[in-house]
Design a protein around this ligand. Structure first.
Ligand code: R5P
Length: 300
């Protein structure tokens, strides 16, 4: 198995490089003088299983480079290509609406046309995504990583909260796993969320709210969904709020107001690489390295 890793995932690829069955492949993304992209490969891949680790957006040129690399590997004789895309950008674009794009289906079509045989990602946004993909799309669960943190932080008595109905299965999975690790045995409180042209609308929390609350979701993007939830949880008596999200996009600065609503800590994974590390002890980054390593181990 040969690993081709894009620079933005240097830290995660460092973890994978320790796998004895994985060699490192060398390639360069270059530009012609007029700006068009091309790939220069320095590793022979004939009859090999190749793994590409990277992101596909933003910026969109990441997608272009990823797909062009896959196409080049197949052209050069690779037997199969496993794409490891820890955060599958466009996965939220999964609803069929008249007159609107269906970007996740388009990404799937591009991946297939580029010679990718299988995509591994972490905590896929929805089952619709897999249904819209023309090739196998496997989702690695971050729940074991979160369950360990529940134990470390002693959150066994926290009330689990889903900020929208889509997050309920994630909370339930964490409750099951964390019960094994740490004995947590609370019920899931949830919100009904609606996106309107003016932003996110939330009703009140459905279920009990305790003094310690653990909110679980797949994505923290602008933070608006979590902000609305935390504001209401605080109004219902929550004093200490912890957040566990798989993909920390941290777009803009709005999410910083979470600290004003009783949030004591945010935990997310390294599925989205950070150009600069957070200098904030309240934010903990958990590596998905062990999840990806295990997935590759069984595919070698
Ligand atoms: C939506 O369905 C997702 O699960 C997240 O709740 C959402 O994408 C978070 O976005 P934001 O942080 O911008 O509210």
């Amino acid at each position: 198995m040969i690993l081709f890793s894009f620079d933005q995932y240097a830290s995660l690829s460092g973890h994978l490089r320790m796998l004895p069955f994985l060699q490192e492949g060398v390639f360069e993304v270059k530009r012609y003088p007029n700006g068009e992209m091309h790939i220069a490969l320095s590793t022979s891949v004939v009859n090999q299983t190749c793994v590409i680790l990277g992101g596909i957006a933003p910026p969109d040129e990441h997608c272009m480079a990823f797909m062009l690399l896959a196409h080049t590997l197949k052209k050069e004789g690779a037997r199969s290509i496993i794409a490891v895309i820890p955060y599958l950008a466009y996965s939220r674009h999964d609803k069929k609406k008249p007159g609107e794009s269906l970007a996740v289906a388009w990404i799937g079509a591009l991946a297939k046309a580029s010679g990718i045989d299988e995509v591994l990602t972490v905590d896929l946004h929805s089952e619709r995504d897999s249904e819209l993909f023309p090739i196998p799309l496997h989702s690695l669960s971050p729940i074991p990583l979160f369950a360990e943190r529940v134990a470390v932080l002693g959150l066994t008595s926290a009330v689990l909260v889903a900020p929208d109905s889509g997050a309920i299965p994630r909370c339930e999975a964490l409750r099951r796993e964390a019960r094994i690790v740490s004995g947590i045995s609370t019920s899931t409180t949830y919100f009904m969320k609606r996106r309107t042209e003016y932003g996110v609308e939330h009703g009140g929390p459905i279920g009990p709210v305790g003094a310690r609350v653990l909110v679980v979701d797949d994505i923290l993007d602008t933070g608006e969904t979590l902000q609305l939830a935390c504001e209401k949880l605080q109004a219902h008596g929550a004093e200490e709020i912890y957040i566990m999200v798989t993909h920390g996009l941290f777009t803009g600065d709005g999410w910083r107001s979470l600290w004003e609503y009783g949030v004591k800590g945010i935990m997310c994974t390294d599925s989205v690489p950070r150009p600069v590390a957070f200098e904030d002890a309240r934010i903990t980054i958990l590596s998905v390295g062990p999840l990806v390593s295990d997935a590759l181990y069984i595919r070698q």
